[in-house]
Design a protein around this ligand. Structure first.
Ligand SMILES: [Zn+2]
Length: 109
């Protein structure tokens, strides 16, 4: 027997939930369906660079195309030389497009 409110399982002989003071039911109603997953963007690393100028250009390229991105480990501006390159992270769905853009950008130099 189960309490329909707190879903506690009771042994035989109980008819009422001690906490909720409601009649126990032989079986629990099905769980409500789970909330749909929130839109979750998967990011993929497509490029890494130490070059601050390059980052600025890449940002302007991506901004002009409304591509979602961010730079991970971007440590420029700190007093210390960065030990890790800034990694360009983009939406997985757009990773191939971005790689093409970057290829064009690198060829153009
Ligand atoms: Zn209960």
């Amino acid at each position: 027997m189960y309490c329909p409110i707190c879903r506690t399982e009771y042994r035989r002989g109980f008819t009422q939930c001690a906490d909720c003071e409601v009649e126990l039911v032989p079986e629990l109603p099905p769980e409500p369906p789970p909330e749909p997953e929130p839109e979750y963007v998967k990011y993929e690393e497509v490029y890494a660079t130490y070059d601050k100028g390059e980052i600025a250009v890449i940002k302007s390229i991506l901004d002009s195309r409304n591509i979602m991105y961010y730079f991970a480990d971007e440590q420029f501006g700190s007093l210390y030389p960065s030990v890790q390159p800034a990694k360009l992270m983009v939406n997985k769905d757009q990773a191939d497009d971005v790689k093409e853009l970057l290829d064009d950008f690198k060829k153009g130099r």
